[in-house]
Design a binder for this molecule. Sequence first.
Ligand code: PLP
Length: 498
Amino acid sequence: MLISTRGGGGVTASSAILRGIAPDGGLYVPEALPHFTLENIRDLCGLTYPERCQRVLSTLLDDYTFEELGRATAAAYGNRFERNNPAPLRTMCGNTHLLELFHGPTLAFKDMALQLLPHLLSMALQKNGVTDEICILVATSGDTGKAALEGFCDVPGTRCVVFYPKDGVSRAQCLQMITQGGENTHVIAVEGNFDDTQTGVKRIFTDKAFGLKLAEKGRVLSSANSINYGRLAPQVAYYFSAYADLLLRKAIRPGDPVHFVVPTGNFGNILAAAYARDMGLPIDKLICASNANRVLSDFIQTGIYDVNRPFYKTCSPSMDILLSSNLERYLFELSGRDAAKVVGWMESLRREGRYSLGPQAHSNLRGRMIGGWVGNDESMNTIQRAFSEFNVMIDPHTAVAYTLLNRYRQDTGDMTQAVVVATASPYKFGHAVARAFSMAEKDDFACCRSLARMSGQRIPPQIAALESMPVRHTAVCAPEEMMQSLNDLLLNPMKKAI
Ligand SMILES: *Cc1c(COP(=O)(O)O)cnc(C)c1O
């Protein structure tokens, strides 16, 4: 059973996946987290990634059978990932590893959940006897949009509409989205930043009149953003898988502590790590890595979440976020699962753009997480250093995390085994990465060619192909026009200019 962080209760996993957000405005969380013994964790070692994921999901998704999850994970992770390995662990040196989550069709970790979500959703439709067309609504900081379009492209019974901040994504991210094929995909640029975009989408979800209007036409909205429980659950699996791989390599023995460092903006990826730890995975330190939009790192330091601050456009745009929507799930845990407290904090956030945890919850937070932030220049240095020292080219998001691991080790002398979560291919951010090597050119594709030459790698075909693909999506709207655009698209197709 899943319950809402704002006190609403008891729905099945499939129903939570269909709804996205709970009717009371809260997010769905497990009523109780399952527990994995060391024996259970060791058992994962002999399994393939889809099988490991099946095991983990079977404890998190109550009304899916083990067999159904086997089918879904095999279909999602079977052959759409490079070398059929969705989450390889690459060792940089003895105690430092990269968990590479960017070998899927869109080259960012969002594929890990969004290749699977359509299968979970199709099963959810059947389980709940829903015959309406599902309209997947997405606000993206760049990577979720493409991963959702790719996951839902031409999936029967679904439509996928993506809103992205017009000037807030990398060139490759933008091209990936606006060249998307498929009969059921739509992409709209919003004249604002990611927070404007995410707020607009949330407003659409909670507009009851609009929901009723859609229902009359046999349509229902759902979300592929990380507020959807179906995004979160698959992300828990790769933390278990990484630990199993460390065991297989004899880098650790069962029960040994491992640190994880996660680059984050919306608090989705690191929340999955926190759940994995609460489920019994021996994660010791969890480092929450922010860029200059350091609202989370300040929050961990001070216990005060405050969005009244400047918004920076950084070289890690997928983390340019001030309103971390998944944090609400963690607040629920920090408060001792006190929904009234969560409602109070969210109300304060809505009214004043800030809230204060209070001493008890703040001390819980500081006991569980370390926060830090890294500026552009330092990220650039790290990209350059990782290549010169280990011959590994990392992207600017991963660089934020890797910088903080180095800083943590320098500050503490703690050399425990550590895993840096690598969230995107460097070729997705060719311009920024080329800049780290002082070889940036105007054209992103030229940058990627230089990087490929330097590293002796091949440009991923998904990126190379973008140069000549036709643009299919050109719609633009203001943040306050988002609902109208969607309305025209779904209910008034004669008017559509998309
Ligand atoms: C989305 C994204 C992140 C941040 O993920 P969260 O959901 O905020 O944890 C980090 N890096 C890349 C490349 C991303 O696409």
